[in-house]
Design a protein around this ligand. Structure first.
Ligand SMILES: [Ca+2]
Ligand SMILES: [Ca+2]
Ligand SMILES: [Ca+2]
Length: 194
C-alpha cells in the first residue's frame, strides 16, 4: 500500500514538473515588445493619413487643416495631445511623418499664447529640445496680417517643416488663426499590449 502511494506521488510530481517545462517563457525585454507593437493601430484612423510608432508613442498626421484651437479639440477627441518633441531623434520621426504624407508644414504642441516669448508644451511636458529655423521665433506674420480689420500679426502657434523646406525639420511660429495639418501623439499604454 505504502509503495503504491509513493509510486502515485512520483507520477504526480513528474506531471507537475513536465507542465512547468511547457510553460511559455516570460518576455525578457518588455521595452522591446512595447516598442514593436503598433499601439495606435486599434485606434480610429479616420481623418489621419499616416501614423508611425517610436519609443512608446504613436504619431498621427491629420489629412485636414486646423488652427490651434481646432487642433486642441481634435487632440481631445482622439484622446491624444498635439505632438511634443523632446529630442532631435523625435524631431526626425515627426519630420519623416510629414514627408511620408507629402505635407510641407504641420502644427506641433508648442505655443506662447499665455505669455509672449515664453513657449510651453500644451500638455505641460518639460522643454528638453527646440529646433527653431533661422530668425525664428519672430512673432511676426509678414503676410495675412489683417483678418476682418483685426490685427493678427502675432504668432503664438508653432509648425514643423517637411523636406520641401530648406530648413526641413525646423520650427516656425505662426498665427494661431491659420490652418495647417496637425501631428498628434498618443502615449501607448503598456497594459494594453499584453
Ligand atoms: Ca513626444
Ligand atoms: Ca508669440
Ligand atoms: Ca514666425
Amino acid at each position: 500500500m505504502l509503495i503504491m502511494q509513493f509510486r502515485n506521488f512520483l507520477i504526480l510530481a513528474g506531471a507537475i514538473s513536465l507542465m512547468g517545462a511547457c510553460k511559455e517563457p516570460e518576455p525578457r525585454n518588455e521595452i522591446r515588445v512595447f516598442h514593436e507593437v503598433p499601439c495606435g493601430a486599434d485606434r480610429s484612423h479616420q481623418g489621419f493619413s499616416h501614423m508611425s510608432n517610436w519609443a512608446g508613442s504613436s504619431y498621427f498626421i491629420s489629412s485636414g487643416f486646423y488652427n490651434l484651437q481646432e487642433a486642441k479639440a481634435l487632440a481631445a477627441r482622439h484622446q491624444a495631445h498635439l505632438v511634443t518633441i523632446g529630442s532631435a531623434a523625435e524631431n526626425q520621426v515627426v519630420q519623416a511623418l510629414l514627408d511620408s504624407a507629402g505635407v510641407s508644414y504641420a502644427l506641433i504642441g508648442f505655443q506662447d499664447e499665455q505669455s509672449e516669448g515664453h513657449h510651453r508644451w500644451l500638455n505641460g511636458e518639460p522643454i528638453f529640445y527646440t529646433n527653431w529655423q533661422r530668425l525664428e521665433p519672430n512673432n511676426t506674420a509678414y503676410t495675412n496680417c489683417h483678418d476682418n480689420e483685426t490685427l493678427i500679426c502675432e504668432e503664438d502657434a508653432v509648425t514643423i517643416a517637411g523636406q520641401s523646406h530648406p530648413e526641413a525639420g525646423g520650427w516656425n511660429d505662426v498665427p494661431v488663426s491659420l490652418r495647417y495639418n496637425v501631428v498628434l501623439e498618443q502615449i501607448c499604454d503598456p497594459v494594453d499590449l499584453r
